[in-house]
Ligand binder design. Structure first.
Ligand code: AMP
Ligand code: MG
Length: 300
């Protein structure tokens, strides 16, 4: 896939794109797998038309998991380069309905990356202080600095999703936010941040099953909230709100991906392959060594 940045973004980059580095691990290309799930800026996605099971092309779960192991290793090496280079950053946004698998995906995909270069920010119900500011105030503070990968477990998109479904603010407040979000993400992109956004798409039946599992297993009770049952009643409204957010805010510089997420292994695979592909396009390089290192002798 060619670069997803718009021309003017590309022109703003301080340096020419260096030659593509050789991949550290030989792997079949997965580009078609994740390209199937990207939402192009001119496209309108209907969530009801996206199969949450996903099309694995006949791949077996065990093969998928072996592939995920390889992808993780590649991700770890790319992350090390990104950190060492210290010039660009990657922002990964996760949104989903309750039980959609945000936590599980973050754990499975980023396992083994260097915690020094990866930061997760979880956005909960805003605090009084957060509510006293504009909706991006708490978000902007958590965006990744150069060299970092920032992971958003929920995000600024809650401010066009939950606030809309639960009528927390009127439409005259949330609707202008689509454009504000696009401009905010453009600011980040122009400042050297690549953005990828994942909507983990599960079916209503799958959610029922997952809630039931949480209820049946005492070790999962901490994850169960009666409030989730209340939220489930708003399923259709949530789907509509997610759909609109995705359609209004999938841009060249910050694309949305709708990930079939009923099956964890397939979900992890598509997310990991998308991130590896994105980081390979970013092509981070180790900084040049200081001249004369070959003559250096470490004193006793
Ligand atoms: P959890 O991720 O299960 O810990 O739940 C976090 C809760 O915070 C969810 O119910 C979200 O809908 C809610 N939340 C996150 N951001 C916002 C926001 N901006 N406004 C209102 N509720 C939010
Ligand atoms: Mg919850």
């Amino acid at each position: 896939m060619s670069t997803e940045a718009t021309t003017d973004l590309a022109e703003d980059r301080p340096e020419k794109k260096p030659k593509k580095a050789k991949a550290d691990v030989a792997l079949p290309t997965l580009a078609p797998l994740h390209l199937r799930h990207i939402v192009r800026p001119d496209q309108r996605v209907r969530l009801a038309d996206v199969d949450p099971e996903g099309d694995d092309g006949g791949m077996k779960k065990a093969d998928g998991q072996a592939l995920l192991d390889d992808l993780r290793q590649r991700l770890q090496k790319l992350q090390e380069r990104l950190y060492a280079e210290g010039k660009q950053s990657l922002l990964v946004v996760f949104q989903a309905t309750d039980t959609g698998g945000k936590d599980g995906t973050i754990r499975a995909v980023f396992e083994g990356t260097n915690p020094q270069g990866v930061r997760v920010a979880s956005f909960k119900v805003p605090t009084v202080e957060e509510l006293a500011h504009d909706f991006l105030w708490r978000i902007h503070k958590e965006t990744p600095g150069r060299g970092m990968i920032g992971i958003f477990n929920r995000s600024h998109y809650e401010d066009v999703i939950v606030v809309r479904v639960k009528n927390i603010v009127p439409e005259s407040v949330w609707r202008p936010r689509y454009q504000i979000i696009n401009e905010f993400e453009r600011l980040l992109a122009l400042n050297g941040t690549r953005i990828v956004k994942f909507f983990l798409h599960i079916s209503k039946d799958e959610q029922k099953q997952r809630l039931q599992d949480r209820l049946d297993d005492p070790r999962k009770h901490w994850k169960f909230s009666l409030a989730d049952l209340k939220e489930r009643e708003y399923w259709d409204n949530y789907q509509a709100a997610f759909e609109d957010a995705i359609n209004h805010c999938s841009t060249e510089y910050a694309p949305w991906y709708v990930i079939p997420a009923n099956r964890n292994w397939y979900r992890n695979l598509v997310v990991a392959s998308t991130l590896v592909e994105t980081l390979e396009q970013m092509n981070p390089q180790f900084p040049p060594e200081e001249p004369g290192l070959d003559k250096v002798k470490i004193p006793d």
